[in-house]
Write a protein that binds this ligand. Sequence first.
Ligand SMILES: Nc1ncnc2c1ncn2[C@@H]1O[C@H](COP(=O)(O)OP(=O)(O)OP(=O)(O)O)[C@@H](O)[C@H]1O
Length: 121
Amino acid sequence: MKKLIRGFGYAFKGIWYATATQLNFRVHLVASLTAALLGYALKVSAIEWIWIIFCMALVLAAELFNTSIEVLTDLVSPEFNTKAGHVKDIAAGAVLVTAIFALVTGTIIFLPKILTLIHAA
Ligand SMILES: Nc1ncnc2c1ncn2[C@@H]1O[C@H](COP(=O)(O)OP(=O)(O)OP(=O)(O)O)[C@@H](O)[C@H]1O
């Protein structure tokens, strides 16, 4: 049990490290909070909540993996190295793919509701 709790501690330490050092991670946190507030305000359905939460988890987890890969790359290859550059670029590309997916999903969920509100006003 103690080991399990210690494991959670390490995981939160990692999340805190990413929050403190990565501007992109903080941007994704703010975007997640904004999506949650929009979801609440626009009374999205249970299925839509699942998609919103899935997008949040996907993007934040991708950003955590990206941060981890950046740290490991800097450790293994502190000097300029073309392959180290590729490793970081590919990891950043993976985050971009998840962020685009989240943006498209958010647009599909929120845009019709926002347009309905605008037309009703
Ligand atoms: N050791 C390296 N060798 C070659 N290219 C690198 C190296 N380190 C970084 N790069 C290039 O610079 C880009 C930015 O790297 P950097 O480590 O600054 O990441 P970042 O996304 O700006 O994150 P952060 O600013 O949080 O460290 C990489 O995507 C890669 O193209």
